[in-house]
Design a binder for this molecule. Structure first.
Ligand SMILES: Cc1ncc(COP(=O)(O)O)c(C=O)c1O
Length: 394
C-alpha cells in the first residue's frame, strides 16, 4: 500500500510505546501509577454536563455553521474580552474540534513549503509534526531550566532568516509550566513587528496559573500586535472538557476566513452538542475553574517540594499548567541493576518497569535532559508516585 510522502513528517507518538508497556504491566497485575496524561483528573462541571443534555433534548443535533454557531462565537468573543480586555468580532472566531485541530487548520492555511516557523523547546509534541506535514520547517530555539524556560530574545533574533514567517508561543507552557514574563512577550512582539511575522499564541492553559500571576497575550499589547497575532484557546484544560473536543482561534479576519473555508471542506463543523455546552462553560459560573486552579497549585507545591528532596534532580518551579519538568540528566550514564540510563527514554522505561510509574520522556518535547510529570492526579497518587520515583533513583 502506498502511503503519501507527507506522512513521513508525522512521528509515532513517544508515549504510545510507554503506554503499551504500562498496559502489559497492569495485565500482569502490577499497579502502575500514571503521571503521563495531559488532562485534568476532575470531572466536567455539572452545569456544563446539564447544558449538553439540554442541547440533546432541545434537538441541537444538526450541522452548525462551519466555524461554529454564532451564539458560541459571540460567547467566545465576550469571554475573551472579559479575560483579556481584547475585542474580537464573532467573524474572527473559528471554533474547531479541539485546539489541536485549530492549530492544524492554522498550519494548513498559513504554512507554505519552505517556510520557517520558530518554536521554543521544550515544545508541545504536536507543533513540529503539524508544521512539517504542511512542508514548513520548525526552527527550534532552545530554552532551559537555568532560565526558567524563558526564551532568549537574542537567540530568537539569531534564528530569523528571510524564510521565517511565524513565531509560536505557548504560555503557560506544556511541558515546562513556564509563564513568559512580560518583557519576553513584549520582546517577541517587537521582533514580530520588525520582521513582519505572525505570532501564534497557544493560550490553552491561560486559566491555570499560580502564585497570583496574571496572563498576558501578545494580542493585549497593542492593536498593531493584535493584528498579527492568532490566539489559540479551548475548554479542554480550564473546564476539564478534553473529550468534548472544542477549541478555537481568535484571529485576523483573513486567517479566520481561510480556516473557516478549510473546515467547511474537512469536518463541516465542530460537534453541535459540545458547542452548546461550551457556551455554558464560558458564560456560566466560573467557580469550578478557580477550584481546579487552587487544587493544581497545591499539588504543584507538593510536587516541587518532593522533587527537591531527590538528590541530583532539579526542577524549575512551574508557574502554570499542570506539569513538572524535572531535569534528571545527572543520572545519565549510570547503571541501575540491568538498566543503563542513557537518556530520557531509558529513564522513563526504568521508572516504569522498576518504579511502576509512567512519565513522558523529555525527548518527545525536544529536551532529552528532562522527564514530564503531570500532576493531574490525586494527592495520594502523587505522594505514592514521588516516593516510588525517589526509591527508584536511590
Ligand atoms: C500546549 C497545548 N496546546 C493545545 C492542546 C490541545 O488541546 P485540545 O484538547 O483542545 O485539542 C494541548 C493538549 O494537550 C496542549 O497541551
Amino acid at each position: 500500500m502506498r502511503i503519501a510522502r507527507r506522512m513521513e513528517a508525522i512521528s509515532p507518538s513517544a508515549t504510545i510505546g510507554m503506554k503499551v508497556k504500562a498496559d502489559e504491566l497492569r495485565a500482569q497485575g502490577r499497579e502502575v501509577l500514571s503521571f503521563a496524561l495531559g488532562e485534568p483528573d476532575f470531572p466536567t462541571p455539572d452545569n456544563v454536563i446539564e447544558a449538553g443534555k439540554r442541547a440533546l433534548d432541545e434537538g441541537e443535533t444538526k450541522y452548525t455553521a462551519a466555524t461554529g454557531t454564532l451564539a458560541l462565537r459571540q460567547a467566545i468573543a465576550t469571554a475573551t474580552e472579559r479575560d483579556l480586555g481584547v475585542q474580537y468580532d464573532p467573524g474572527q472566531v473559528v471554533v474547531s474540534n479541539g485546539a489541536k485541530h485549530s492549530l492544524c487548520n492554522l498550519a494548513m492555511t498559513m504554512v507554505q513549503p519552505g517556510d520557517e516557523i520558530i518554536v521554543f523547546s521544550p515544545f508541545w509534541v504536536t507543533y513540529p509534526d503539524q508544521l512539517s506535514l504542511c512542508g514548513g520547517r520548525p526552527v527550534v530555539v532552545e530554552t532551559t531550566d537555568k532560565d526558567d524556560f524563558q526564551p532568549d530574545l537574542d537567540r530568537i533574533r539569531a534564528a530569523i532568516t528571510p524564510w521565517t514567517t511565524t513565531i509560536m508561543i505557548n504560555s503557560p507552557s506544556n511541558p515546562t509550566g513556564a509563564v513568559y514574563q512580560r518583557e519576553i512577550i513584549e520582546g517577541i512582539a517587537e521582533i514580530a513587528l520588525e520582521h513582519d511575522l505572525l505570532i501564534v499564541s497557544d493560550e490553552i492553559y491561560k486559566q491555570i496559573r499560580f502564585d497570583g500571576n496574571g496572563h498576558l497575550s501578545p494580542a493585549q499589547l497593542c492593536d498593531e500586535v493584535k493584528e498579527r497575532t492568532v490566539i489559540v484557546d479551548g475548554v479542554a484544560k480550564s473546564y476539564a472538557m478534553t473529550g468534548w473536543r472544542i477549541g478555537w482561534i481568535c484571529a485576523p479576519p483573513e486567517i479566520a476566513s481561510a480556516c473557516g473555508s478549510l473546515q467547511g471542506q474537512s469536518t463541516s463543523c465542530p460537534n453541535a452538542i459540545a458547542q452548546a455546552a461550551t457556551i455554558e462553560a464560558l458564560n456560566g459560573p466560573q467557580d469550578s475553574v478557580q477550584t481546579m486552579r487552587e487544587q493544581f497549585e497545591r499539588r504543584r507545591d507538593f510536587v516541587v517540594g518532593r522533587l527537591a528532596e531527590i538528590p541530583e534532580v532539579s526542577c524549575a518551579t512551574p508557574r502554570g499548567a499542570f506539569y513538572a519538568f524535572p531535569n534528571v540528566s545527572a543520572y545519565y550514564g549510570r547503571k541501575f541493576g540491568e538498566h543503563t540510563i542513557n537518556g530520557s527514554l531509558d529513564m522513563a522505561e526504568y521508572l516504569l518497569t522498576e518504579g511502576l510509574i509512567s512519565l513522558v520522556p523529555g525527548e518527545a518535547f525536544g529536551a532529552d535532559d528532562y522527564i514530564r510529570l503531570s500532576f493531574a492526579a490525586s494527592m495520594e497518587e502523587i505522594d505514592e508516585g514521588l516516593m516510588r520515583f525517589a526509591q527508584a533513583l536511590a
